[in-house]
Design a protein around this ligand. Structure first.
Ligand code: KG4
Ligand code: ZN
Length: 380
């Protein structure tokens, strides 16, 4: 099955095409035929975070060129025309409509079997662009649509190696850490989820971004903080920050107090020297890693997890990855650790194609009119 996927939940626009066969525990394999991704980070940087309406406009501008790029890479673009009427589907996305009309009049329907699109969670104005684009393509090419949960995309990607699924056992515990989520999710079976803990306020990636902003570092803050921390890693941190909720008898997190603690340290140390910035980054990264790992370890024990998976943008963080691996090794658990390649930890459309393929195998196609963007979509 060939799946073309669309991701527009936040500030990355992605279009990907995979060819996949088999099923979970039944020789699943796949090839990436095309993968196009454009980050809007530079566009949002002056705002210190993602500005939803700007994200919407950028997705509208970039979807057709990215789809074209992915189709060229996949060698699936041929001259011709796709004449089916797309009606009023893109009436709120005039710029996208103009580009798509031109594209459809120039190129034939590609050899694709299904369209997968992120319908949540994320920023609703941004999600709608992808959803409406998927509906327009489905109408033009007469293809089925499978709506995908973005977080499931992160999970499936982390569980997948270069050409197939990693072999692992259940229960599977997923630590999802991104700009919008900090969750511990338990799966007793493939693609079934039970939320066991989550943040009560800010997501961990959001905390990285806000802390970076407090120190005048560019958006997105995660990679910047990590780079600064690495320069003094091994030294004793010059500041001390709290580990919120580390001893609480649950699997919930809280990062907003940690951010406030950083603000106080920043205010007390004006003007901030470069060395102080590095030490704040170091102690902040340590504090995040400590709480994430303490809660994850406790959940591994409680739920007798055979496999632990990390996914989402923050799972690109090398200190968090290494600390988790070390903690598991030291604990003597037999737990297997699945981590995404750093370049695929942050948002992309490949993860949506992979999750979409497995949902398509379950025949979870949806009637286009029923597909809606849902900013708060939950894993079920
Ligand atoms: O999964 P993602 O690309 O988008 C969401 O679905 O939110 O995650 C983006 C988040 C941002 O908050 C960014 O600062 C953070 O992931 N991030 C990192 C690193 N790379 C990205 N945080 C810590 N260390 C990193 N190396
Ligand atoms: Zn994400």
């Amino acid at each position: 099955m060939r799946v073309l996927s669309i991701e527009t939940s936040c500030d990355e626009t992605g279009v990907s095409i995979i060819e996949a066969s088999g099923d979970f525990n039944a020789d699943f394999s796949y090839r990436v035929l095309g993968n196009a991704l454009l980050s809007q980070a530079a566009v949002h940087a002056p705002y210190g975070g993602v500005f939803p309406n700007l994200a919407k406009r950028e997705h509208e501008k970039n979807l057709v060129p990215l789809m074209q790029q992915a189709l060229v890479e996949a060698d699936l673009l041929t001259a011709g025309s796709s004449i089916a009427d797309i009606g009023t589907i893109l009436e709120r996305e005039a710029d996208l409509r103009t580009q798509l009309d031109a594209f459809l009049s120039e190129y034939a329907k590609p050899r694709i079997d299904a369209i997968a699109v992120t319908h949540g969670p994320g920023l609703e104005p941004a999600l709608w662009v992808g959803v409406n684009f998927a509906k327009a393509l489905a109408a033009a090419w007469q293809l089925p649509i499978v709506p995908v949960n973005h977080m499931e995309g992160h999970i499936v990607l982390s569980a997948t190696g270069e050409d197939g699924l990693a072999s692992f056992k259940f229960p599977l515990l997923s630590l999802l850490i991104s700009g919008g989520h900090t969750e511990l999710v338990l799966s007793k079976e493939w693609m079934q989820y039970e939320l066991v803990g989550q943040t009560r306020d800010d997501a961990v990636g959001e905390a990285f971004d806000k802390v970076a902003r407090l120190m005048d570092l560019p958006y997105p803050g995660g990679p910047e903080i990590s780079r600064l921390a690495a320069e003094v890693r091994g030294e004793k941190p010059l500041v001390t920050l709290p580990r919120p909720m580390i001893d609480a008898d649950n699997y919930d997190f809280s990062f907003s107090g940690l951010k406030t603690a950083v603000r106080k340290v920043v205010e007390a140390n004006q003007p901030l020297t470069e060395n102080m910035k590095k030490h704040i980054a170091l102690e902040f990264e340590n504090a995040c890693a400590d709480v994430l790992i303490a809660k994850t370890k406790r959940a591994i024990e409680e739920f007798s997890a055979e496999t632990i998976l990390i996914g989402g943008g923050v799972s690109a963080n090398s200190h968090i990855r290494a600390s988790l691996a070390k903690a598991i090794e030291k604990s003597g658990y037999e737990t297997k650790l699945l981590i995404p390649p750093p370049a695929l930890a942050t948002d992309n459309a490949l993860m949506i194609a992979l999750a979409g393929y497995f949902r398509a195998l379950k025949d979870e196609f949806a009637e286009p009119v029923t597909i809606r963007a849902n900013g708060n979509l939950k894993l079920t």
